[in-house]
Design a protein around this ligand. Structure first.
Ligand code: 5AD
Ligand code: SF4
Length: 475
């Protein structure tokens, strides 16, 4: 549902917003990691225009809602958030202050100009392919609200997004996301991504390497490369030929300072022998794999147009485990897809029991407008979906707990990322993506240290430095 409306006029990007000094932007992000990355790039793109990021909408001259459309009544949530922003905007106007409200992300892409009609509080609607135009759109909206840019363009938007400065990177910490591929061309029948993010586009290798070098130079030690279908990455290499993900990962592992690499999210069909081998051969590639199964029933996988079977999924996991026996496995599941019977659901539960996941996400099927599954027969009643979700989550929770409990007593390398919940604590990630809390000062943030795991919390672990004398730990 691309909407090619353009602002009716072009302005320079420096039109004032009615405040003196630095202008303030607040970006609220919903949804996936790609949105987190996009939110950072939006802030980076606005920084040269004098925008500084603030942590609350009340303090901002520009509020950006970076929306997600993948599940639930996402659009409804955005409209209720917009109701709150209308009040805020009116209060600011009463003080003579102008606040600009922008809606970005996949709801913006799907709704386009309808948003402005339905919620006049919205000054800008900007789709994921147009974030580089934000300064222009902001300037235009300051004069004439209601600008819309939801074009799905083939060109590389990343080329035109402003890279983060050293200071911005340092503030964001030691682990960073880098989008290397956007969009999806698979058309699972429940999924809105192909229509909101467009078809699969991979960024060229040189651009990705340059971004990772910049992040590494500013102190980042861990990179998670992102794509909706990341293991199908085929970016143009410096030799002019397409490079696949394993080769890109091997190249990124050579960047000085980069100690850890991860990738998300993958499709079972694109789990190639080379990528599986990389889990054995590339020490920087962390022993963690997020591989969505969605269902354990072949009938449902077929109706979902996943184009993989339950056996193929299990086979790939067996190969990955053979390559890297300590790998932590993660997945996504949808319960209550149209036509899902008790037996289909039992097949999903069986698959989960067979694999034993370290962590996994599970969702009730949510009909997305315009997707084939939304109009399929056999929609499952809400109560049945809830019941199945509760049963599935109970098993997944207990598997996660078992995985964490089995780690206690081991010594693992932890990359420290930020202060912990309690004073005097810092928190980081184990190679298996577990959150690990340690009593230590903030000067350790950004370092990788050997930590002995001593206890489990609800979703995290507690540890102490392996070279420290054991002490009682505050849990
Ligand atoms: N309903 C429920 N879950 C969905 N997902 C994607 N679309 C839907 C939908 N319509 C889930 C899938 C996907 C994850 C990102 O969100 O499990 O892997
Ligand atoms: Fe959506 Fe399927 Fe593409 Fe994942 S692989 S983004 S679920 S269409």
């Amino acid at each position: 549902m691309a909407d090619d409306s353009k602002p009716p006029f072009t302005l320079t990007a420096s039109a004032p917003l009615g405040t003196s000094g630095a202008r303030k932007v607040y970006v609220k992000s919903f949804g996936c990691q790609m949105n987190v990355y996009d939110a950072e790039r939006m802030a980076d793109t606005l920084a040269p225009q004098g925008f500084v990021s603030v942590a609350a909408a009340e303090d901002a001259d520009l509020v950006v809602l970076n929306t997600c459309h993948i599940r639930e009544k996402a659009a409804e949530k955005v409209y209720s958030e917009l109701g709150r922003l209308r009040v805020l905007k009116e209060a600011a106007a009463a003080e003579g202050r102008k606040v600009i409200v922008a809606v970005a992300g996949c709801v913006a892409q799907a709704e386009g100009a309808d948003m402005v009609r339905r919620a006049p509080v919205v000054d800008i609607v900007v789709g994921p392919q147009s974030y580089h135009r934000l300064p222009e759109l902001v300037a235009a909206a300051a004069i004439r609200p209601g600008v819309v840019d939801t074009a799905l363009k083939a060109e590389d938007k990343f080329d035109r997004l402003v890279p983060p400065g050293r200071e911005q990177i340092a503030r964001r910490g030691s682990s960073a996301f880098v989008t290397i591929q956007e969009g999806c061309s698979r058309f699972c029948t429940y999924c809105v991504v192909p229509s909101t993010r467009g078809g699969e586009v991979s960024r060229p290798v040189d651009k990705v390497v340059a971004e990772v070098e910049r992040l590494a130079a500013a102190g980042v030690r861990e990179i998670t490369v992102l794509g909706q279908n990341v293991n199908a990455y085929r970016g143009e290499g410096p030799d002019g030929r397409p490079w696949k993900l394993p080769r890109l990962l091997a190249r990124l592992a050579e960047v000085p300072g980069i100690a850890r690499l991860r990738y998300a999210t993958s499709h079972p069909r694109a789990m190639s022998a080379e990528l599986i081998a990389a889990h054995r051969e590339l020490p920087q590639l962390m022993p963690y794999l997020h591989l969505p199964a969605q269902s354990g029933s072949d009938r449902i996988l077929d109706a979902m147009n996943r184009r993989h079977t339950r056996d193929l999924y299990l086979q790939r996991l067996a190969e990955v485990r053979a390559a890297r026996p300590d790998i932590a496995l993660s997945s996504d599941f949808i319960v209550g897809f149209p036509g899902e019977s008790d037996q289909d659901f039992a097949d999903t539960m069986d698959l989960v029991e067979r694999v034993g996941f370290a962590s996994a996400y599970s969702f009730k099927y949510s009909p997305r407008p315009g997707t084939p599954a939304a109009s399929m027969d056999g929609q499952v009643p809400e109560a049945v979906k809830s019941e199945r979700l509760t049963a599935l989550q109970a098993v997944l929770e207990s598997q996660q707990r078992a995985f964490n409990l089995a780690s206690v007593g081991r010594t693992v390398e932890v990359l420290f990322e930020k202060p912990g919940r309690l004073p005097g604590q810092i928190v980081g990630k184990s190679p298996h993506m577990q959150a690990v809390h340690v009593q230590a000062g903030a000067e350790m943030i950004g370092q990788i240290k050997a930590v002995r795991l001593v206890a489990v919390g609800s979703h995290s672990l507690f540890g102490e430095f392996a070279d420290a004398v054991p002490q009682p730990i505050a849990v």
